[in-house]
Ligand binder design. Structure first.
Ligand code: ZN
Length: 823
């Protein structure tokens, strides 16, 4: 399909398209009993899977990873089967289409994935356990059919030491004592895919709430109850908002949010029981800069998009993640208003653009090695922005109607991108083929460069816009973008329609406008690049009425640099009403640089109250080295307990970046400052490495030891990247790469990407074995190879030059000799 564009940089040459198996059965019900042995970090159980045979078949294939299979029964009788460590193949005699088969697997396992025992990096008895199934890891503790296109009802009985708390999907239907163990039996009558099955075991505090008959619980590790309110109190309001927005009430009889220690992600939307990182629990000081609501909203939105309706296979994962990410932003609009919403969308755009500078791929993508690779900025922020573009194309009311249709039609089932498209077309009476081909099935995004000219005689503003994205992307994207002209006492709007690469609009206006802004409300995913002189950009920054239009002008100004840019950004920093704009003004000033920018940042510290903006300022000051005023300001922030945790964390790194002579000393002090998630200490480790280099080695190495929290260990590991890569350091990194915690492994990759040392290639090869670290490890190895090649090229070039020099010296000498010979 030549009109679809694949983008570049994502799929490695050895990648092949992936389709999931289409087994000859549907799964009706899964009933399992699992005993959790915290002491030995192992499990044992039986899983009974009821299938309905759909097509003639003589074999059933189920997933069971790294297990010891003790027995397999088919309809109550011993079955003929084989097991290869990843799948169980069961012979199926005489089952006609339409008949049911009940397969019972008895097993034991010491899981390295799927179930995680806390603390993760230890062989000692665990104090808690939790599961993480997505993408394909529940097969490490629960044999069954583990792809998202088969959904079943679930009954899970978990046996755990008496006295501990247990939770799982659905309602608790029975609880009984079994001599030292307690069995907790849960049942969920709605169909879910296997990857959404979950349990937790541990010592927890439970807080109850309620929304229209749905039982809500906030469950946190014992001793952390005081933090529940700040993180979870908006849960019923968010549930009310989503239920209304989607015209579909919350789909499950209960909704638990369980905060667990050492969680490997932010949160996981297991049906009716979301598991989250305990790092979301925070105190009053952290609350000035951090909120739990985006995470709470995101995971709850998944209960509709992902759980009630599941993506049919991983290539359609945007149907889960795009909606969860968009709904999280829509909740921000509901709760905090339009400007917060636009700022939220703008941040999402930046996150996507930063990934797009490394690779672009279609949102629906079949070329991957591990499904985890698709959980990237294309599936989250870009997909959310594409959904928002679609919503604005069909109209938000039609969009909502389409979502209601989609959820009603696919309830309890799996769906793909075409299912969503059909609902949107039905609700809007529009044909969306081209929109989906360009934004969903093709890679990339429109890059729109625009400028305007004013003709005073005819009082006409002519706006010329051109799409300049690469040819590996659709060109043009057929879109319509709003144009807003703001002048003395008037505003005028027009439409710019792209039927070709260039679009032109002419507006007759009362007088020369003060500014013209494109897509001022952020309705279309595009990268807007005004090609205007700094004076015009400064005027746009001042007169464009929306937050997004100001951000666009600010980004362009930061590129233009110079005094006009500095003055305009400085004014924005001191006057903008929205914190996000002020924070972005600080970031822009760091790029613009120069004395005006520095003074503006230092001045702003005197009056700025918002901790989030102060953090951006502290970070920005890191770009102004060797300046006493900057050093004083940063030192004051670092040691002031009235400042936010993240502000102080930013200050310590900036002190090192600005080459403050006593930065290492200050960083050592900061190691002991208490803060949320050890934010200050983690940054202090980085600062120490930058400032002291090899002299910090023993401290950093000490912090990588298991005596410290996984967060500090990961920070210290990443900081090793700033030291001299001698054999001892490389050995230490190789050893840390064998940690069980994905955060520590990720930190090894981060250190490798700073060091770019070829001798780390075997370690990166090793790290490609885990789905979580596979992609980052491979990308980093690739970068190291390129870096080495470049080094090789430079070396050859240097040799060439040396040779030339030697030759020319020789020549010169010869000439000299010849000259001497001349009379
Ligand atoms: Zn998600």
């Amino acid at each position: 399909m030549h009109w679809l564009k694949g983008g570049k940089g994502f799929a490695y040459p050895d990648y092949k398209p992936r389709w999931q198996p289409d087994p000859p059965f549907t799964v009706e019900h899964v009933s399992a009993t699992v005993t959790v042995d915290l002491e030995h970090r192992s499990i044992s159980g039986t899983s009974a899977i009821t299938l309905q045979v759909a097509r003639p078949a003589d074999t059933i294939v189920l997933h069971a990873a790294d297990m010891e299979i003790q027995s397999v029964k088919l309809d109550g009788k011993s079955a003929e089967y084989s097991y290869d460590g990843s799948t169980i193949k069961i012979r199926l005699p005489e089952h006609r289409p339409g008949s049911t088969a009940r397969i019972e697997v008895e097993y034991r396992a010491t899981p390295t994935r799927g179930v995680w025992f806390v603390p993760i990096d230890s062989d000692a008895p665990a104090r808690a356990a939790w599961t993480q199934g997505e993408a394909e890891d529940n097969r490490y503790w629960l044999p069954g059919y583990d792809y998202p296109d088969r959904k079943a009802t679930l009954e899970l009985a978990i046996r755990a030491p008496t006295g501990l708390f247990v939770d799982a999907n659905g309602l608790l239907v029975d609880k009984r004592e079994l001599g030292g163990l307690t069995e907790w039996r849960f049942r969920l009558d709605e169909r879910i895919p296997l990857y959404l099955a979950a349990f937790v075991v541990g010592d927890f505090e439970v807080y109850e709430d309620e929304w229209r008959g749905v039982k809500l619980r906030y469950i946190v590790p014992r001793g952390r109850g005081g933090l529940v309110e700040r993180s979870f109190s908006k849960t019923p309001r968010i549930m009310e908002f989503f239920s209304n927005y989607l015209s579909t009430p919350f789909p499950y009889p209960k909704y638990d949010q369980v905060a667990v220690e050492e969680f490997i992600f932010g949160g996981m939307e297991n049906a009716s029981i979301t598991i989250l990182t305990d790092l979301t629990l925070h105190d009053e000081t952290a609350h000035r800069e951090y909120r739990s609501e985006p995470l709470v909203a995101h995971e709850m939105a998944h209960q509709w998009f992902g759980d009630l309706v599941t993506c049919k296979d991983w290539s359609h994962i945007w149907l889960n993640e795009g909606f969860a990410t968009l709904l999280e932003a829509l909740w921000a609009r509901e709760d905090l208003g339009e400007e917060e919403f636009q700022h939220n969308l703008y941040r999402k755009l930046q996150t996507y653009l930063s990934e797009a500078s490394r690779y672009t791929r279609p949102i629906v993508e079949r070329r991957y090695r591990h499904p985890q690779e698709l959980f990237d900025a294309h599936s989250y922020p870009k997909a959310a922005l594409v959904l928002w573009t679609i919503a604005n194309t069909v109209g938000e009311e039609n969009f909502r109607k389409a979502l209601r249709l989609y959820l009603a039609e696919k309830r309890g089932q799996s769906a793909d991108t075409e299912d969503l498209k059909r609902s949107l077309e039905e609700a809007s009476h529009m044909d969306l083929d081209r929109l989906f081909d360009e934004y969903v099935y093709s890679a990339g995004h429109p890059v729109i460069e625009y400028s305007y000219k004013w003709d005073d005689k005819s009082k006409t503003l002519t706006v010329t816009a051109r799409q300049t994205q690469g040819d590996d992307q659709p060109k043009p994207f057929h879109i319509e973008v709003e144009l807003l002209a703001v002048g003395e006492g008037y505003t005028e709007t027009a439409k710019l329609r792209f039927d070709a690469e260039t679009a032109v609009a002419a507006l007759h206006l009362p007088s020369k406008p003060l500014a013209a802004c494109l897509d001022p409300h952020f309705r279309v995913l595009a990268q807007l690049k005004p090609k205007l002189p700094p004076g015009e950009l400064a005027s746009a920054l001042k007169h464009c009425p929306t937050l997004y239009a100001k951000e666009v002008a600010l980004t362009a100004l930061a590129e233009s640099k110079g005094a006009t840019a500095a003055k305009a950004a400085a004014e924005l920093l001191s006057t903008a009403g929205h914190w996000g704009l002020r924070a972005d003004a600080a970031r822009a000033l760091a790029r613009i640089h120069g004395p005006t920018a520095k003074k503006a940042l230092l001045d702003a510290l005197k009056s700025e109250k918002d901790a989030r903006v102060r953090t951006a300022i502290a970070e920005a000051l890191g770009s102004f080295p060797d300046d006493e005023a900057v050093w004083n300001a940063l030192t004051e922030i670092l040691h002031n307990p009235q400042e936010g945790y993240f502000t102080r964390a930013a200050a310590v790194v900036s002190l090192a970046r600005t080459k403050y002579p006593r930065a290492a000393e200050e960083a050592r002090k900061a190691l002991s400052y208490p803060s949320h998630a050890d934010a200050i200490a983690r940054s202090a480790l980085k600062a120490l490495a930058i400032a002291a280099g090899d002299e910090a080695r023993s401290t950093l190495e000490e912090y990588t030891s298991p005596a410290h929290s996984y967060l500090l260990r990961a920070a210290a590991t990443a900081a090793l990247g700033y030291l001299k890569p001698d054999q001892k350091l490389l050995d230490r990194l190789a050893q840390l790469a064998r940690s069980r915690h994905p955060r520590v492994k990720g930190a090894v990759i981060s250190a490798a990407s700073t060091l770019l040392d070829e001798r780390l290639l075997p370690v990166l090869q090793e790290l490609q074995r885990d789905p979580e670290t596979y992609r980052a490890a491979r990308d980093t190895a690739e970068r190291i190879r390129k870096h080495a090649e470049k080094g090789e090229e430079y070396r050859k070039l240097r040799e060439e030059i040396e040779k030339l020099r030697a030759e020319s010296r020789e020549l010169y000498e010869k000439v000299e000799i010849m000259e001497k010979r001349l009379p």
